[in-house]
Design a protein around this ligand. Structure first.
Ligand code: AMP
Length: 554
């Protein structure tokens, strides 16, 4: 019996540079070439200019007394400052804490307190979120936050708060040598980033990544995609996620490709125009973004033939959508990647040279220096090729652990260093994989992960709610939508709109259930375990979602 195990080729060239060092060598190698374009801000920076901007902010952070290992939060949609701070914080050895732009105050407070953030950099607002107002409201619950640094021209109200321009001005008092001394003591295996992921116990966990993790994963993807200084990469995926800051920003920094941001968050028309007007060669997106672009009325009139490659990832990728990206968007070498934040993020990817079928209908095979196996979740034994089991991944890409949570870390990474992903997969005899389900209670709506337990815990706080079960139902555009079944306490009445509003105050908008059903009881096994798959099947019937349920994915 052939076992479901494969190892990417051992490539001796793992990089041993820090995130800040990678930018320094980019500035040396490609100097005046275009490094970063932020279209909505009308900002264009060369590698030299980006590196100098990162130096100024790094020195500002030193002036504020930021030590190696201190945590700096960033709460902003995509912007040039996000990336400048990514490199600046890494240069002083601080740990950048990515805060989801859609967070509500209670989510923000949990993230900042859990990571022990000393300094928070914040945008003024994003969509309907007034960040300054939410920070003012939460300030009393954030004892560790010493300062808030505001992007733009309007300060937050704390006594020691600053503007971004003040931070840059502080750099004047810091000598180049001081920054060089700090950079010299850094270790590429230091943690430099915390990203909040799974919330199976209600609260998110902080996946903690090192320079080594993210620089090498970015470089590996860039190599698979064949990046050079001739490439221009459109990054509509958010920077707070590894897809943006990792394989986006760091894929470019290691190869001299240009990072191009089409807007502060994804918008189909802006992304399409960016492809055309910027001569984009590589396009990133979760499946929902590609679907939105292909369905966009403007799409048919646009010539996107500069596209050569790209990455679809982050959620099950529909085979037919991949084919349309090849045929209609002309991204002939587009690939599918599979990964998770905890693995920096990519474990497997299809290769540009794979046949169209393989490239559209599998998630590829292990990256160089990465091992993949599929195991029986109960016994831990590797299953046979062709059999279903939990995908595990091992190598340089596995995170340090969950921040301040040794128990959760031990549950995710076993003694042999394998990251247990909670994703169910099948490996073929050539090492290529298909994702066929999830062992974890999670759903993905438009690329955003949602942990039902987190939503259920919020709904349990409502006085009328006796019981609640949250689960995903298929959706042709979003991949999945959130459904909630609720049972009420004796004598209580509440409407779905009231519950929706209750959630909206406490949860990022994407976690708020779309479909509601009031029930007296939930489908259970004889041993009293709730059967979410049965609720999903019933919901598919009742809501008429069979077409979406039948979509074939890689
Ligand atoms: P995140 O940590 O936000 O990157 O989410 C990781 C999760 O997204 C994985 O554990 C998978 O469940 C899912 N995922 C990522 N890429 C793919 C893919 N290509 N196909 C199916 N699911 C994916």
């Amino acid at each position: 019996m052939e076992l479901a195990y494969t190892a990417g080729p051992v490539d001796g060239a793992l990089l041993d540079v820090t995130v800040g060092g990678a930018l320094r060598s980019a500035a040396q190698r490609w100097g005046d070439a275009e490094a970063l374009v932020s279209r909505h801000q009308d900002i264009r920076l060369s590698w030299l200019a980006l590196s100098e901007a990162a130096d100024a902010v790094a020195k500002g952070l030193l002036a504020l007394g930021i030590e190696r290992g201190d945590r700096i939060g960033i709460w902003a949609p995509t912007c040039a400052e996000w990336t400048i701070l990514q490199f600046a914080s890494a240069r002083v050895g601080a740990i950048l804490v990515n805060v989801n732009p859609a967070y509500r105050p209670n989510e923000l407070v949990f993230a900042l307190n859990h990571a022990g953030v000393r300094v928070l950099v914040t945008a003024r607002r994003f969509k309907t979120s007034d960040y300054h107002a939410m920070i003012a409201e939460s300030r009393g619950d954030l004892p560790q936050v010493e300062r808030v640094i505001a992007l733009g021209t309007e300060k937050t109200v704390g006594t020691d708060d600053l503007l971004w321009s003040d931070l840059v001005a502080l750099a004047r008092d810091v000598a180049d040598e001081q920054l060089a001394e700090r950079e010299a003591v850094l270790d590429t295996h230091d943690p430099i980033n915390i990203q909040f992921t799974s919330g199976t116990t209600g609260n998110p966990k902080g996946a903690t990544l090192t320079h080594h993790n993210v620089v090498n994963n970015g470089a590996a993807i860039a190599s698979v995609l064949g990046y050079s200084t001739a490439d221009r990469v459109c990054i509509p995926v958010p920077l707070y996620h590894c897809f943006g800051m990792g394989i986006g920003n760091l894929g470019c920094v290691t190869t001299g490709a240009t990072m191009v941001y089409p807007g502060e968050s994804f918008e189909a028309v802006a992304t399409l125009r960016t492809i055309v007007e910027e001569g984009i060669t590589s396009i990133y997106g979760v499946p929902t973004m590609f679907i939105a672009m292909l369905e966009c009325p403007e799409f048919t009139g646009l010539d996107t033939s500069t596209l050569r490659t790209g990455v679809m990832a982050g959620a099950p990728c529909p085979v037919e959508v991949m084919k349309r990206v090849v045929n209609e968007m002309h991204a002939a070498e587009v690939t599918i990647a599979y990964g998770m934040t905890e693995t920096s993020p990519v474990s497997t990817v299809t290769r540009r040279t794979d046949g169209l079928d393989t490239r559209c209908s599998t998630v590829g095979t292990a990256l160089p220096n990465v091992e993949i196996k599929i195991v029986d979740a109960d016994t831990g034994d590797t299953v046979a090729v062709g059999d279903k089991g939990e995908l595990c991944s091992r190598g340089y890409l596995v995170m340090r652990g969950y921040w301040n949570d040794p128990a959760a870390t031990a549950a995710a990474i076993d003694a042999d260093g394998w990251m247990h992903t909670g994703d169910l997969a099948v490996m073929a005899d050539d090492g290529y994989c298909n994702i066929v389900g999830r062992a974890k209670d999670m759903l993905i709506r438009g690329g955003e992960n949602i942990y039902p337990r987190e939503v259920e815990e919020v709904l349990f706080e409502h006085p009328a709610v006796a019981g609640v079960q949250v689960f995903g139902v298929p959706d042709a555009k979003m991949g999945e939508e959130v459904a909630a079944w609720v049972s009420l306490r004796e004598g209580q009445a509440v409407t779905d709109d009231e519950l929706r509003a209750f959630c909206r105050d406490r949860l990022a908008h994407f976690k708020v259930p779309r479909y509601w059903k009031f029930v007296d009881e939930f489908p259970m096994t004889v041993t009293g375990k709730v059967q979410k798959f049965k609720m999903r099947d019933i919901a598919v019937d009742e809501l008429g979602l069979h077409d979406a349920a039948n979509i074939v994915t890689a």
